[in-house]
Write a protein that binds this ligand. Structure first.
Ligand SMILES: Nc1ncnc2c1ncn2[C@@H]1O[C@H](COP(=O)(O)OP(=O)(O)OP(=O)(O)O)[C@@H](O)[C@H]1O
Length: 231
């Protein structure tokens, strides 16, 4: 199969069914290095399922997902992930600092000083200095979301997958978050799911609606319609 040179993630005739229910129907998608893919769609349309399949966390019922670097198929890509419903048990006795630091666990060749600096910088970027030693069980929903976002981006991954990053985030931090995302997008491929598309849509170069099948559309359709006219 021929892929565009800058293609890094390809979904090839992907289907997902639970029992007899079709959640994703024959999805074909090529994500290119440097893309900012904004994804929206109705509740239950299959957005989180699609992300988990892209991340290799969930197996498609049919079809395949492949990763490539410089046009050569690879088994893994460094991908940072902010899940929608976080799987962290907030009763688990772990601090904000430790949670954010866990995003560096896969980095083998990082010096202790550099590691400490990255952790401190990320805590500050997320506005969590006053909470760095707090247990995650004592955080508000928005503080926990910022902690998990810090964990997703601390390693400067090649691809960042964000499932509803604005959940629980207050208006003041929301604007700061847009700046952070715009800055990261300059050298990172981003796939971002949101129901709030008004600002995100303007940052993205690709706009996708997931309603069991996927529809790529123009930005202007994105936050106006939950379905779009197919090109
Ligand atoms: N493990 C599972 N077993 C059975 N059905 C599932 C499972 N996981 C998800 N589903 C179903 O798949 C459908 C798509 O779910 P998904 O979470 O992908 O939707 P979504 O577009 O992200 O929705 P939302 O906008 O509400 O977050 C839903 O109907 C959901 O109930």
């Amino acid at each position: 199969m021929q892929y565009p040179d800058n293609s890094i993630i390809t979904l090839d005739h992907v289907w997902k069914r639970y029992d007899n229910k079709v959640i994703l129907k024959d999805v074909n998608l090529d994500i290119h290095k440097g893309d900012f893919v904004a994804v929206t769609g109705p509740n239950g349309g299959g957005k989180t399922t699609l992300l988990r399949i892209i991340l290799h966390l969930l197996k498609p019922t049919q079809g395949r997902v492949t990763y490539r670097r410089d046009n050569v198929e690879v088994k893994k890509l460094p991908i940072g992930y902010l899940p929608q419903k976080n799987l962290i048990d907030s009763r688990f006795p772990i601090t904000v600092r430790e949670t954010i630091a866990s995003g560096l666990l896969a980095e083998k060749n990082i010096q202790r000083d550099e590691c400490d600096k990255r952790i401190s910088d990320t805590i500050s970027l997320m506005g969590l200095d006053a909470h760095s030693d707090a247990s995650i069980g004592d955080l508000s929903g928005g503080q926990l979301q910022r902690t998990l976002l810090g964990r997703a981006l601390i390693s400067n991954p090649e691809v960042l997958v964000l499932d509803e990053p604005l959940s629980y985030i207050d208006k003041a931090f929301e604007h700061h978050l847009y700046d952070i995302i715009a800055d990261i997008a300059r050298n990172t491929t981003i796939i971002l799911v949101s129901h709030e598309m008004s600002t995100i849509s303007g940052m993205a170069n690709r706009h996708i609606i997931v309603d069991h099948s996927i529809h790529e559309c123009h930005a202007s359709h994105h936050y106006v319609h939950s379905t779009c006219d197919e090109a």
